[in-house]
Design a protein around this ligand. Structure first.
Ligand code: HEM
Length: 485
């Protein structure tokens, strides 16, 4: 009897092992799979060797001479797509519109499968539409938004003016400013000065905690029971709780009707009262978090990279300044100026190509078995899109490793090549915050360049190489802002 049990057990284990290392039919090429870990060890090794998952996976794709890389991370099938054609296919075809569901991903939405960014199906469709429509209703993407951004520019210039004898870390002012704009449309008010730094630190700690915990906790969530602190789980749980408390406090103020005016939270609370079960307070909190997480660091990081690029390339800074000075003079910049300040627009495209903020977009979940090139991608496979690779492809860009705003202009000074820029994604899951991000980046950059010459501290240029986690960020640097007049 015992012998039979042992035999059955051994056969089951053997069956599991054989199954876990066998690749599905026509699965894309990639490293071998090992029991329990799949190809995690090699994925982690190349990530460390090349400084980021994006570069590590690009290295593996080259090694296997493929534009569609097949991996297994823990028990999760993962496919990484490279090349413009494949990228467009995944961005735009319905089969790829899902989002994976895992313990780790749920931690990114306060522990539940809620919000917009990490849900799919009818919940995603209904709430994405509702959010985009109601943010618009409270002024997002319209003149009201431009006015708010111009007001933020005023605060930024005031801050620089007050500190003009000292060097300034641009991150400090830019992060606060973007957070304030997002909060204004979501919750109807700016974040109070004494609270602001606390909130910024919270989000920054949270994003670091996720980058560090990503490998382990993502693939083996059960390790939180054995190593709750070492795995990063306790820290993530505490930070989530603190962020949830802040949002809850704001929602309560809205329920008590003490916040003046209209905003997204009021629209959502009204909908809770007269609609179906998917509108509830937990979902409201998750959407607020999605907006802050997806919008704040991404937008301020682009501006930081723009300032860094102006410092590193003095000739480009002078060209941007001369264009701004000649065409708009002292006028407050507005979005319409993008039609006239074409060199500046090309410069900002180049910043976002050269420092691709989301180099590995997604994750997407395949909703039905599908094919890409000649490979079969099984249902529920996670797909990542290498935007960074397309932004550095020598087939699309001349000298891709050089910083050259001119690549976005033709000989008559008109914008070109923008169709190869994928910084905000494409298709139905395209970034819904692009209008805010683009206006903010343009208006604030032009407003600063108009008034100040930006230089590095003590002649030491800030490092060009970014830090690449889930998103790319500049290595910390300080700058001198010297008044132009
Ligand atoms: C420069 C700044 C930004 C960059 C580079 C950026 C980039 C992206 C990209 C590439 C995606 C698509 C991901 C995919 O296809 O799977 C995305 C989605 C998203 N972005 Fe942005 N984003 C920025 C700013 C913002 C802002 C300001 C908001 C605030 C409203 C925002 C909210 C979102 C949300 C909610 C999603 C998820 C959409 C969905 O899954 O349907 N983003 N973003």
């Amino acid at each position: 009897m015992l012998a039979t049990l042992v035999a059955v057990l051994l056969i089951t284990i053997l069956g599991y092992i054989i199954n876990s290392v066998s690749k599905p039919r026509k699965f894309p090429p990639g490293p071998n799979w090992y029991p329990f870990v799949g190809s995690s060890a090699i994925a982690q090794k190349v990530t460390l060797q090349h400084g980021s998952q994006w570069k590590g996976f690009a290295h593996l794709a080259k090694e296997y001479s493929t534009q569609v890389l097949g991996l297994k991370l823990g028990s999760e099938l993962v496919v990484v797509v490279f090349g413009e054609k494949n990228l467009r296919k995944v961005f735009t075809e319905k089969e790829y519109e899902g989002r994976p569901d895992s313990f780790f991903i749920r931690q990114r939405c306060l522990g539940k499968r809620l919000g917009i960014t990490f849900v799919d199906g009818p919940l995603w469709k209904e709430h994405r539409q509702f959010t985009v429509k109601n943010l618009k209703n409270v002024g997002f993407g319209k003149t009201a938004m431009e006015k708010e951004i111009q007001a933020e520019l005023g605060y930024i210039l005031e801050h620089i003016d007050k500190n003009k004898t000292k060097t300034i870390n641009p991150k400090v002012i830019l992060a606060a400013s973007v957070l304030n704009i997002l909060w204004k449309f979501t919750a109807g008010e700016r974040i109070k000065e004494d609270r602001l730094q606390y909130v910024i630190d919270l989000f920054s700690k949270r994003s670091k905690a996720f980058s560090i915990a990503g490998g382990w906790l993502n693939q083996w969530p059960w390790i939180r029971f054995i190593f709750p602190n070492l795995s990063g789980y306790t820290l993530i749980k505490n930070l989530n709780q603190q962020i949830s408390d802040i949002i809850e406090e704001t929602v309560t103020k809205h329920k008590d009707r003490v916040v003046p005016g209209s905003d997204f939270i009021y629209s959502f609370l009204d909908e809770i009262n007269d609609s179906n079960g998917s509108f509830h307070e937990e979902q409201l909190k998750a959407i607020c978090l999605d907006i802050l997480i997806a919008g704040a660091q991404t937008t301020s990081n682009v501006l930081e990279f723009a300032i860094l690029s102006l410092i590193r390339n003095k000739d480009i800074q002078e060209k941007v300044y001369n264009e701004v000075h000649t065409i708009i003079g002292d006028d407050t910049p507005c979005w319409n100026d993008t039609n006239r300040l074409l060199y500046t627009v090309a410069f900002l495209f180049e910043v976002q190509r050269f420092y691709t903020i989301v180099p590995l977009a997604g994750p997407r979940r395949v909703l039905e078995e599908t094919t890409i090139e000649d490979y079969v991608i099984p249902k529920n496979t996670t797909v990542l899109l290498s935007i960074g690779d397309v932004h550095f492809s020598p087939d699309l860009w001349d000298e891709p490793n050089k910083f050259k705003p001119e690549r976005f202009l033709d000989s008559s000074g008109k914008l070109v090549n923008t169709e190869h820029f994928y910084g905000f994604g494409l298709g139905r899951r395209r970034c819904p915050g692009d209008s805010l991000a683009k206006s903010f980046i343009f208006i604030v950059l032009v407003g600063i360049v108009q008034k100040y010459k930006i230089e590095c501290e003590n002649g030491v240029l800030p490092a060009e190489e970014p830090i690449i986690g889930l998103i790319s960020g500049a290595r910390p640097f300080t700058a001198e802002f010297i008044p132009r007049f």
